[in-house]
Write a protein that binds this ligand. Structure first.
Ligand code: CMP
Length: 220
């Protein structure tokens, strides 16, 4: 747990105190962990794998966030008394998670100001991203939004490889479209154009950003 950013400021004693409270659980790919409106009983920490946070309206889906190793979710319904899950969460890969019950999570928050501060810090980062998403959806066209999403994914999940930065997250065009707020065909077109211009390459659904500077210049 000491490698988890949320716990980075905790002392060895505090880590020892919280570690036994976590249950380790595994979930297969494409498992819905909970849906929007469910009562919230658990806090989740991703040990391995990836999940999407999403909302659905008439079979249309908007992906609000992706989480990977070291990320946490499910804190909102636990912190806000009387509130339910604000969004649904589904695994994108086989996952291993640490979970904490509502009462253990609340007790530990009450005892650890450092944990609360860190939680607040991560929440602000998420609010910043949500503001950015509002800005993008209001002011940018689909092409720019798609390009910006690729830039962001590359910064968050990119690993340097010969020839560019590989986005270490397998996403379908439909999933990218659901993150950008558009239809699959539009994303496919943008990705094709970027490939033709030699800015990105795609191999087995993984995106390789070959020319990051040229990519950024495509945002208007
Ligand atoms: P909770 O409301 O309990 O269940 C859904 C979880 O998704 C929520 O807690 C947060 O952990 C996470 N979540 C909801 N909205 C966002 C968002 N806009 N950005 C990042 N994470 C979110």
């Amino acid at each position: 747990l000491q490698n988890v950013p949320l716990f980075q400021d905790l002392s060895a004693a505090e880590l020892e105190e919280i570690s036994p409270l976590f249950a380790e659980r595994t979930f297969k790919k494409n498992t819905v962990l909970f849906v929007e409106g469910d009562p919230g009983e658990e806090f989740f920490l991703v040990q391995t794998g990836a999940v999407k946070v999403y909302r659905i309206d008439n079979a249309k889906e908007i992906i609000l966030s992706l989480f990977r190793e070291g990320d946490f979710f499910g804190e909102m319904a636990l912190i806000q008394q009387g509130m339910r899950r604000s969004a649904s969460v589904e695994t994108l890969e086989d996952c291993s998670m640490y979970t904490l019950t509502r009462s253990d999570f609340q007790q530990f928050m009450e005892r650890s100001p450092k944990l609360c501060l860190r939680l607040l810090e991560v929440t602000m980062e998420r609010l910043r991203k949500a503001n950015e998403q509002i800005y993008d959806l209001t002011f940018l066209d689909v092409r720019s939004r798609t390009v910006k999403m690729i830039c962001r994914l590359s910064e968050q999940y990119g690993t340097p490889k010969p020839g560019g930065t590989l986005i270490n997250m397998k996403l379908t065009h439909q999933q990218l479209a659901n993150m950008v707020g558009t239809v699959r065909e539009s994303v496919t077109k943008v990705l094709q154009d970027l490939q033709e211009d030699g800015i990105i390459a795609i191999d087995k659904k993984y995106i390789l950003v070959k020319e990051p500077e040229s990519l950024k210049k495509q945002i208007y």
